[in-house]
Design a protein around this ligand. Structure first.
Ligand code: G3H
Ligand code: 13P
Ligand code: ZN
Length: 307
């Protein structure tokens, strides 16, 4: 069923696991994720970015989610706006049936981030909708804003921010970044900082963005079949599992879906140059998304059997 994250995160927090939040942009991605969650008997978050709304249209995405729920009502599903850039877009999504929204004011000065987040909370809460906010900056490209430097989340500020905004969950910056190029050298996250934030906000669900692992098998397949995905590196799976036991209840994955899908399509088309029926290459591509998500649910989130 469609639900809000409240009970989902309470169970995840207590059980020291996380719920995977996977970005959806089209039917094959929705189906791949939902089939994985169904097989793994896991809760799942389907998240929709501003770019996804622009690409597919909010109505299409919502109807795909509705179709998925009719197909398998047993999967607990949250529909979430990823990186909401404005009050207006959050409002549109809340009015359109999303059960959770993120307002991303992380690029704003502190007090402005608080004011914008509070405005969304004040609209969302009477309607029973969950609000995720972000404090600190991830290096790399965040929606339309790019930041050269990480600005790690300050633990005391996090407490003040949550208290003053009333936001329900908080995305923290501890060294992850969006996209396929996360680390130049060795992968490193600031676990001491995560521990400090978590200790100051006991019982409070934290969110990890930029959490794709960039599996090298997908990078190699892309490159073997004509791609140019050089030097891509993600967050090692053991670090994500560790974070899931430290108050991180939601782990965001988009890049790994893109890589799984594209690797599969590149391989299929290279091996079957005579094919041009989209169903011929989108069938294995959807299966590749399913297998990647199932692996993640089982081995990274730890949410198998928690539906
Ligand atoms: O955080 C970014 C997500 O990967 C969504 O990316 O804005 O290109 O849809 P997008
Ligand atoms: P990745 O680019 O690591 O998949 O992160 C996705 C994300 O944080 C979406 O909000
Ligand atoms: Zn993100």
């Amino acid at each position: 069923p469609l639900m809000g994250p409240k009970e989902m995160f309470a169970a995840a927090y207590a059980g020291r696991y996380a719920v995977g939040a996977f970005n959806v942009n089209n039917m094959e991605i929705v189906q791949g994720i939902m089939r994985a969650a169904s097989e793994e008997k896991s809760p799942v978050i389907l998240q929709v970015s501003a770019g996804a709304r622009k690409y597919a249209g909010q109505t299409y995405i919502m109807k795909l989610v509705e179709a998925a729920l009719i197909d398998d009502p047993s999967v607990p599903v949250v529909v979430h706006l990823d990186h909401g850039p404005s009050f207006e877009m959050c409002k549109d999504c809340i009015d359109g049936g999303f059960t959770s929204v993120m307002i991303d004011g992380s690029h704003l000065p502190y007090e402005e981030n608080i004011a914008l987040t509070k405005q969304v909370v004040d609209y969302a809460h009477p309607k029973g909708v969950w609000v995720e906010a972000e404090l600190g900056k991830l290096a790399g490209v965040e929606e339309h804003v790019s930041s050269a430097e990480h600005v790690y989340t300050d633990p005391d500020e996090a407490v003040d921010f949550v208290r003053r905004t009333g936001c329900d969950s908080l995305a923290v910056a501890i060294g992850t970044s969006h996209g396929a190029y996360k680390f130049k050298g060795e992968a490193k996250l600031d676990f001491a900082r995560l521990e400090a934030i978590s200790a100051k906000l006991p019982g409070y669900p934290l969110v990890l963005h930029g959490a794709s692992s960039v599996p090298q098998e997908f990078v190699e397949l892309c490159n073997k079949y004509g791609g140019q995905v050089g030097g891509a590196r993600g967050v090692p799976e053991d670090m994500l599992r560790k974070a899931a036991g430290m108050g991180v209840c939601k782990i965001n994955v988009d890049t790994d879906i893109r890589l799984a899908l594209t690797a599969s399509i590149r391989q299929f088309l290279a091996e079957h140059p005579e094919q041009f029926d989209p169903r011929s290459y989108l069938t294995p591509a959807r299966e590749a998304v399913k297998n990647m998500v199932a692996h993640k649910i089982r081995n990274v989130m730890g949410s198998s059997g928690k539906a």
